[in-house]
Write a protein that binds this ligand. Structure first.
Ligand SMILES: [Zn+2]
Length: 364
């Protein structure tokens, strides 16, 4: 918890880091731990997992993204397959957006409630091999809760056979939303359910695992490339050109009336557009992914008269997959100025602005 005191009437700047993760295997294989800082100390040897890069296969397997959303606008890829055969973890870009043993690609949304109906789509034409539904939607809060999803890590999911040795698996769908049955034929892009929070997951997303003859294939790399993360020439399976690697980006930014908690943000909470002038505080927050040590963040909150109540400019101390920053003004020394307040957050790397978001909120 980094703290920067901002003077009388200001709220301290908060920086919160949380665990996020997804384990999506329905097999009896050992499960990888949920993502987090603690994994760096996990020295236990592990079985080699994924990243079986075979010679190019006879059949192409073009796929579409498994979610109905626009990347960079209302969804983003948070975690990629782990290509590191050791207990460390690397995505195909040699980045940190994965964790040890992660076998799929996680297409995430900023927040989820049972009213959030974002369709999950079949990535290719095929036949439904197996489905599971009936698992509750619940955000796993700590490792102590892993046991509650033992054997059902994928949550509500769908397994599809596409012929020629290719299969796809979709995980963490909303309870009661799976709309296909075993034996059904599906088209590419056909809706098969909604994004949910079932199984072993700490953020709302659909996890997609691609397999060829039983081996996991990284859809950003394809087959026939080198193992590890310096893969050389890639042959991505994605048809859509916008499904590409993004090292960092905005999850969401907004306003709250007090200190902000990342788990609550994933559950669509702590957000508002209008606040009373005599409430406890006005806080501007920014939830981002892929911050890297050495980045600079700038968080500013300006009142309706143009007075800057928060102006923080500080380096990111360590790389994080997900990261939350906030700052605000309390009403300890008097009510908030009525009118439109503006919050702006920027993340800068090597002189390049990676995230730049401005939001407004009305105090009345
Ligand atoms: Zn996943």
């Amino acid at each position: 918890m980094a703290k920067t005191t901002l003077g009388a009437g200001a709220i301290t700047l908060g920086v919160a880091i949380t665990f996020s993760g997804c384990v999506a295997s329905t097999s009896a294989q050992g499960d990888a731990p949920i993502v987090g800082n603690s994994q760096e100390s996990a020295a236990a040897p592990k079985q080699p997992d994924i990243i079986v890069d075979k010679p190019p296969v006879e059949s192409d397997f073009p796929i579409v993204k498994p979610i109905d959303c626009t990347l960079g606008q209302d969804c983003f890829v948070l975690l990629y397959p782990d290509r590191d055969p050791t207990s460390a973890a690397k995505d195909f870009n040699c980045g940190q957006l994965t964790y040890d043993g992660h076998k799929g690609t996680d297409f995430a949304i900023a927040g989820w409630t049972s009213d959030t109906d974002v369709p999950v789509l079949a990535s290719a034409p095929g036949t439904v091999q197996a489905v599971r539904d009936g698992v509750r939607d619940y955000r796993i809060e700590s490792e102590n809760e892993f046991a509650t999803v033992k054997g059902i890590e994928c949550g509500n999911g769908v397994l599809m056979d596409h012929g020629n040795g290719w299969t796809t698996q979709y995980c963490h769908l909303e309870k009661g939303s799976v709309s296909v049955s075993q034996g059904d034929s599906v088209e590419a892009g056909q809706q098969i359910g909604f994004v949910g929070l079932s199984g072993k997951t700490t953020f709302p997303h659909v996890h997609l695992t691609i397999r060829y003859q039983g081996d996991v294939v990284d859809p950003f790399v394809g087959t026939g490339s080198k193992s590890g993360c310096n893969v050389g020439e890639r042959s991505p399976l994605w048809i859509e050109p916008d499904v590409e690697y993004v090292s960092s980006g905005l999850v969401r930014a907004g306003f709250s009336d007090g200190a902000v908690d990342m788990p609550e943000l994933w559950l669509d909470g702590q957000r508002g557009d209008r606040f009373p002038h005599n409430g406890p505080a006005l806080v501007f927050w920014s939830h981002v992914y892929g911050v890297q040590q050495g980045d600079t963040e700038i968080l500013q909150l300006t009142d309706p008269n143009g007075r800057q109540e928060v102006n923080v400019n500080q380096p990111i101390q360590s790389s994080k997959r997900v990261y939350l920053s906030y700052g605000g003004k309390t009403t300890r020394n008097g009510p908030l100025v009525k009118g439109t307040w503006t919050g702006r957050y920027r993340l800068v790397r090597n002189g390049e602005t990676i995230v730049d978001v401005t939001k407004t909120s009305v105090v009345e």
